[in-house]
Design a binder for this molecule. Sequence first.
Ligand code: DC
Length: 232
Amino acid sequence: MKKLIIAIDGPSGAGKSTAGKALANNLGYLYIDTGAMYRAAALAVLGKEILLTEEAKITELVKQSDIFLQGGPYQLHVFLNGQEVTEQIRTPEVSQAASIISAIGGVRQALVERQREMGKQGGVVLDGRDIGTHVFPNADLKFFLVADVYERARRRNLEEINRGEALTLEQTLKEIEERDQRDSHRAYAPLRPAVDSIKLDTSKLSPTGVIEKMVEHIEGKLNLVANSLGRI
Ligand code: DC
C-alpha cells in the first residue's frame, strides 16, 4: 500500500496534534511534530545570551543545534544536543520564543531541510503551519484545521493547567492571539491554508469527530491510489 505524506496545518489549539497522533498511530506512520522542532530551537536560543532580535546569531545557533524527535506518536521524545527537552519546550515562554524565531528565514530553512529529510519516504503525518504550502507542497493529503479562538484558548488552557501552569484563560487567549497574528503575518512561509487543502472547522467537533472526518478523506485517497494501481 502506498505510504502517504499527510500534512496537517493550522493555528494553535485547532486539534492538529490530537488528530495527527491518532492518525499516525492507526496507520503505523511516523508522526512529525514540526512545532516541537521550532520549540527546541527556541529553547536553545533562550539558553544563550542572545536577544530574540539577533537573527544572524540565532540562525547560526539553530544550524549548529542537534534537534531530533524520537519515538512513536504517543511517546514522542524531543532532544536538543543530546538532552531530552520534551517537557521544557511546552512552557508559555518557549511558545512565544518559538513563534518569534520561526519568522527568521534562516531558522526555517535549517528546520525545513530536516523535516523534508524525515518525511520524504512517505508514511508520515506532519503537524505544523507550512507543511502543505512549503515543506511538502506535493503532500498526498493536506488538512487545514481551524477553530474559534475562544475554543482554542479553552483547550490550550486546559492542557496548561494539567501541566501545572497557573495561567488564566485570558492570558492563554492573549498568548494565542499574539502567536496567530505573528505566525500568519510573517514574510516567510506564513500560516495559511494551501489552495488544495481540506479545511475542517473543529470548534464544535469532538476529537473523535475530527478524526473520523479525516479518516474518510484518507480512505478515499488510499482507494483512489489502489484503483489507479489496479489499472496499470
Ligand atoms: O505547533 P506549536 O504550537 O508547537 O508551534 C510553536 C510555534 O512554532 C508556532 O507558534 C509557530 C512555529 N511553527 C512554525 O512556524 N512552523 C511550523 N511548521 C510549526 C511551528
